[in-house]
Ligand binder design. Structure first.
Ligand SMILES: *Cc1c(COP(=O)(O)O)cnc(C)c1O
Length: 381
């Protein structure tokens, strides 16, 4: 019976005081719109844990990326360097401002933006670089910041998957001029939909707040800095309800525990599959200095597209939900219309046809992980 129970790719979970805090938001605080007491507590935790100068909760990482694109002052025709092996929002946020995503290939080991390909992709229209920390594993930020500085470019870290992951002891999201986090239910720390913009440069602090508050200086008004508030700039409604922040606070309070649990699952997968990698039957995530990042995702890379299809089918027949990741943006319908590539996309095209993500969520049991790895071993028997 146990054998056939479905193992889902992801499951949302309650870990602590989520529901109690939501009740408090409604009953005690009498504040359920945005920018309330729970929002403030979440932002304090983010500022403390990441070390950014200002954190603003948003209703998604997509929203945070859109705010970042406004703050970068992207004008029609401005180019933004990013990987094609990423989620749609990384590119869309800049396209909404008239920007042109310029895709460069990823590294075959980390699957992150290949930092050596950035300089050759620059033109006099390049305005920003958006490194994506795939699976919470860090991009080569020293090299990326160096190219940016030499060419006067802004860096927005898409740290959607990377909360509490580090690069040389520095939290991801704290290194670029801005960082963007996601609390979508598929990420490590969740609030259904949710995200945050992290500001690491004083220049952007005040404007970020105005964009967040629908283009008004309402935040300054609430602090008593101005005696009425009014329309100051472009902006939108980017803040979540304080009920969402209440849910999120309970998760943030347990972040270390959630990440420790996910990292244990990551390690178990790694240990139980490494003999297959040693036989060169498949590839596992590349561990920089042995670090598993924040245990965000575990994937296997099949030897070719045919074996990939066979593996997914075999796992499905064992009632295990294993799924691919990104359809390379440069080859998608909108990507062809709105963006361009710089150089070969060989690694991106190859990897996106062979990578399979395995079930990984808080509460996934040890014997379930073993069922997945056993099914993979059976496939190669
Ligand atoms: C999940 C994700 C996003 C989008 O996050 P939302 O909160 O769903 O908007 C953006 N970029 C990357 C790399 C992601 O993984």
């Amino acid at each position: 019976m146990e054998k056939n129970k479905r193992i889902h790719f992801n499951k949302p979970y309650i870990i602590g005081n989520e529901l109690e805090y939501i009740a408090q938001a409604v009953n005690n605080n009498n504040h359920i719109s945005g920018s309330g007491p729970f929002t403030e507590r979440c932002q304090d935790i983010l500022e403390e844990s990441i070390g950014c100068i200002h954190a603003l909760l948003t209703h998604s990482c997509t929203a945070a990326l859109e705010m970042a694109a406004i703050l970068c002052d992207i004008q029609p025709g401005d180019e933004v360097i990013m990987p094609s092996f990423t989620f749609v929002s990384t590119a869309n946020a800049f396209v909404l401002r008239g920007g042109v995503p310029v895709f460069v290939d990823i590294r075959p080991d980390t699957l992150n933006l290949d930092e050596k390909l950035i300089a050759p992709a620059l033109t006099d229209k390049t305005k920003a670089i958006v490194p994506v920390h795939y699976g919470g594993m860090p991009c080569a930020m020293d090299e990326i910041m160096d190219v940016a500085q030499k060419n006067n470019l802004l860096v927005v870290e898409d740290a959607a998957q990377a909360y509490l992951s580090r690069y040389k002891d520095r939290p991801l999201g704290s290194i670029g001029h801005m960082g963007c986090l996601s609390f979508h239910e598929t990420k490590n720390i969740i609030s259904g939909e949710g995200g945050a913009l992290l500001v690491n440069d004083e220049r952007f602090k005040d404007r970020a707040e105005i964009i967040w508050e629908k283009g008004t200086d309402r935040s300054q008004f609430l602090r008593g800095d101005v005696d009425k508030y009014s329309w100051q700039d472009i902006g939108s409604s980017y803040m979540p309800s304080d009920m969402i922040a209440a849910f999120l606070l309970a998760q943030l309070e347990q972040a270390e525990k959630i990440i420790a649990s996910r990292s244990r699952i990551f390690h178990q997968y790694y240990e139980e599959l490494k003999s297959l990698e040693a036989k060169e039957l498949l590839r596992l995530p590349h561990l920089e200095d042995g670090s598993t990042g924040n245990g965000h995702l575990f994937f296997i890379i099949a030897r070719n597209a045919e074996e990939y299809r066979g593996l997914v089918k075999h796992l499905a027949s064992e009632n295990i939900q294993a799924i691919p990741h990104y359809v390379a943006l440069h080859s998608s319908k909108a990507g062809l219309k709105f963006s361009r590539v710089a150089g070969s996309m060989k690694v991106t095209e190859d990897i996106s046809q062979r990578l399979i993500r395995l079930p990984l969520y808080y509460g996934l049991k040890e014997n379930e992980v073993t069922r997945v790895t056993q099914a993979i071993r059976d496939f190669f028997r």
